[in-house]
Design a protein around this ligand. Structure first.
Ligand SMILES: Cc1cc2nc3c(=O)[nH]c(=O)nc-3n(C[C@H](O)[C@H](O)[C@H](O)COP(=O)(O)OP(=O)(O)OC[C@H]3O[C@@H](n4cnc5c(N)ncnc54)[C@H](O)[C@@H]3O)c2cc1C
Length: 118
């Protein structure tokens, strides 16, 4: 008999009255997109599966020992710390429901459903 997989805890992120933007990933696209919205009347939730932004063009300098890993991978929360309308969630996006306008992510066995407008 196959063992049953336990259902993960599920939580729905409450939304505010403001326009909600969900950004997936903390790469160049995600990070610069989020920063570009710093003065906009929106709330931004970045969901990223790593805690840091990886500056890929300098990877070869790490490979050749010129830079350390930390020098090309600053923590995303630190980079966005002064941006009041942005929060960073650590999680892996597993689904986007275009009709319901929600992004589902997974972290530590917990399922998080984040509503979005954009
Ligand atoms: C060695 C190297 C050197 C490069 N040099 C240059 C250069 O000199 N000039 C140049 O213009 N470009 C360069 N590039 C290319 C450049 O780095 C990429 O074009 C750029 O990083 C793409 O940005 P992105 O945001 O689209 O994707 P990425 O930077 O790949 O970011 C994607 C992000 O999404 C996250 N993610 C992915 N899936 C999920 C998920 N399901 N849930 C949550 N998060 C997720 C990832 O963890 C990552 O943080 C280089 C790339 C490499 C590898």
């Amino acid at each position: 008999m196959a063992a049953e997989t336990p259902m993960p805890d599920r939580a729905i992120v409450p939304r505010s009255d403001r326009h909600q933007v969900v950004v997936v990933g903390s790469g160049f696209g995600g990070l610069f997109g989020t920063k570009a919205l710093r003065r906009s009347d929106v709330d931004i939730t970045m969901i990223a599966k790593t805690t840091h932004h990886l500056f890929q063009p300098l990877l070869y300098q790490v490979a050749t020992g010129i830079l350390s890993e930390g020098e090309i991978a600053p923590p995303t929360r630190e980079v966005l710390a002064s941006q009041k309308n942005a929060q960073v969630l650590l999680g892996e996006v597993t689904g986007i429901d275009l009709a319901a306008r929600t992004v589902t992510s997974h972290v530590l066995g917990r399922e998080l459903v984040t509503p979005y407008d954009s």
